[in-house]
Ligand binder design. Sequence first.
Ligand code: SF4
Length: 208
Amino acid sequence: MLLYTKKILLELKKNYPKAKIALDFESPFQLLTATILSAQCTDKRVNLVTPALFKRFPTAQAMAKASLPEVEKLIHSTGFFRQKAKSLVLSARDLTEKFNGQVPKTMEELLSLRGVARKTANVLLGTAFGIASGVVVDTHVIRLSHRMGFSEQENPDKIEKDLMKIVPQRDWIWFSHAIITHGRQVCKAQKPACAACVLISFCPKKGV
Ligand code: SF4
């Protein structure tokens, strides 16, 4: 591992020792639902929408039988609501038909659910089950990986592979939350606050 990478990881650990997901959930099914809704949307907005959605459809069995227009109405404000409603209902049908209504605990099984790609699968495995299967690569992780010089790839799966080589597996779950938190609070898309950033002495600030 390059020295500056090591320093960045150490500093992130000092600043975000208990970084965790910002989505509200009480079961793996709820986390799956919230994660699907979080695409192109803030976690804050998702957390405003999910209480009513979870109340109406508390389980995969209930969501599997939901009518698309009703789901669309409940999740409308999260954007891309038609596609998301379809993913919610179809993945819930897959859960009930193939996994007895339970969220499976392997990457392969999760990827077999309609509407679920590696990002969502990694969130589920890491946050719901404590299984370090990979690194969550969302828009923040893509941006920060480039700026910090961790990856030059554009494809999220390739960025994830680069990160998995750099970050020790025992840290994958924590790192995903920590780098996302840093992206939200400091290294923002439009205006990275480099002057106030604890990583300023080590970060290569690529493209900034
Ligand atoms: S120094 Fe700047 S570019 Fe690097 S992580 Fe901090 S805010 Fe982002």
